[in-house]
Design a protein around this ligand. Structure first.
Ligand code: AMP
Length: 396
């Protein structure tokens, strides 16, 4: 199917021709017709799947150029808000719609004057709410309300802000909710904000031809030593080591650094600002190894990740697919290597049953035994040997 066969308004179609979009992606194919019919939609697909156009094309079609704000799009970060605005501007090039991009950390005055003649508003929940409270954002004419990367917004604690915002949006509206994953609390939003919602889910695709998957059977207390051995042998370009918990991720990254392996940790307990910095450095290759939890690394779209290591196996089998899908991207090959101790077997079996991936067992090589220090032991260690550096560890 092509965009030209999807009954899209001419001005929007012309803009797609100009951008060079010819064929819709999976999520676009599924959601655009439903949105055009006026349904509320929950779209679940990962970052980079073309979600912005999935809601952006039918959204721009529905908006009239009349100086009234008719669409509100909420996004978790300033970067994503800007990205969405840019994309919507392209789709509305021939309709000449005005789009305001609203986020915190910058002066509010220019935003106030832009809002006076916009048809579409894109922004982060905190600053949007600020404008509502100042009465500088009139939402009475909203026809379409979009939540993008909803799971990330919830993860960042925006739930109350979102609820406050929705109270100001007319009940007669179309609600579109996009998310890479569907944690429990999304269902609360669905039940309260949507009517007769259609749920679309596109599969996270793993390129089995480009991704090689392996596993080791290994005692829990030898995992770390084997991990270090494998890293040294494989010499990954960029790699992500996945852990099931924040504490585990912290412990693994600290122990790697003790062994002179430069790793950075990424989990939900780290501030959004710092997380963005880390991801940026990883993008540029300044950091070569990320030790991450599922939430923090979800949807990461970085081309040169050559290896994914599963230090522990996720309880939710979908997370496994999301993890290994961080490598073998953009036509490049990749390896996923899982470290299975006894406690991981059940979760791994569920993954095998559900997805039937091609996974090969590797013989455990001989490797040097390394000590693995945990949180408490670090405290003692640092108190004993580096009293002045104690403060660095107090944040636990
Ligand atoms: P998104 O998931 O919306 O961030 O989109 C991911 C990337 O895919 C962006 O660079 C888009 O410009 C691009 N893209 C989205 N839809 C299409 C399409 N139908 N054809 C070609 N590229 C697309």
């Amino acid at each position: 199917m092509k965009f030209s066969e999807m009954n899209i308004e001419k001005s929007v179609l012309d803009s797609l021709v100009e951008i060079g979009y010819e064929n819709p992606t999976e999520i676009q194919k599924e959601t655009i017709p439903l949105i055009k019919e006026g349904h509320d939609v929950i779209g679940q697909s990962e970052t980079g799947s073309g979600k912005t156009a999935a809601f952006g094309i039918p959204l721009v079609e529905r908006i009239e150029k009349n100086g009234k704000i008719q669409a509100l799009v909420l996004a978790p970060t300033r970067e994503l808000s800007e990205q969405i605005s840019r994309e919507l501007m392209k789709f509305s090039k021939f309709k000449k719609l005005n789009i305001s991009c609203i986020y915190g950390g910058v002066s509010i005055e220019p935003q106030i004057s832009n809002l006076r003649h916009s048809e579409i508003v894109v922004g982060t929940p905190g600053r949007i709410l600020d404008h509502i409270q100042r009465r500088t954002l009139d939402l009475r004419n909203i026809k379409i309300f979009v939540l993008d990367e909803t799971d990330k917004m919830l993860d960042m604690g925006f739930i109350d802000d979102i609820e406050d915002i929705v109270r100001n949006v007319p009940k007669e509206r179309q609600t579109l909710l996009f998310s890479a994953t569907m944690p429990e609390n999304i269902f609360r939003l669905r039940d309260r904000f949507t009517r007769n919602v259609k749920r679309i889910k596109t599969q996270t695709k793993v390129r089995e031809d480009l991704l090689e998957q392996f596993y080791f059977d290994i005692d829990q207390n030898k995992k770390f030593s084997l991990l270090v051995h494998v890293i040294k042998k494989e010499e990954p370009n960029l790699s992500i080591i996945f852990c099931n918990t924040r504490v585990e991720a912290e412990n693994v990254s600290k122990n790697l650094r003790r062994n002179k392996i430069n790793a950075e940790v990424l989990h939900g307990g780290i501030s959004q600002y710092r997380r963005n910095q880390i991801i940026e450095e990883f993008h540029k290759g300044k950091i070569e190894i990320l030790v991450a939890t599922d939430v923090a690394a979800r949807g990461l779209d970085i081309k040169n990740v050559s290896h994914v290591f599963n230090y522990s196996i996720p309880k939710n089998s979908e997370d496994y697919i999301n993890r290994v899908g961080r490598t073998a991207r953009a036509g490049k090959s990749g390896k996923a290597i899982s470290f299975l101790a006894k406690i991981d077997h059940q979760a791994f079996q569920e993954i095998l049953n559900k997805y039937r991936p091609k996974v090969e067992k590797l013989e455990t090589p001989r490797f040097p035994d390394l000590p693995f220090m945990k949180r408490e032991e670090y405290r003692r260690f640092n108190r004993g040997f580096h009293p002045r550096r104690n403060h660095r560890f107090r944040s636990y």
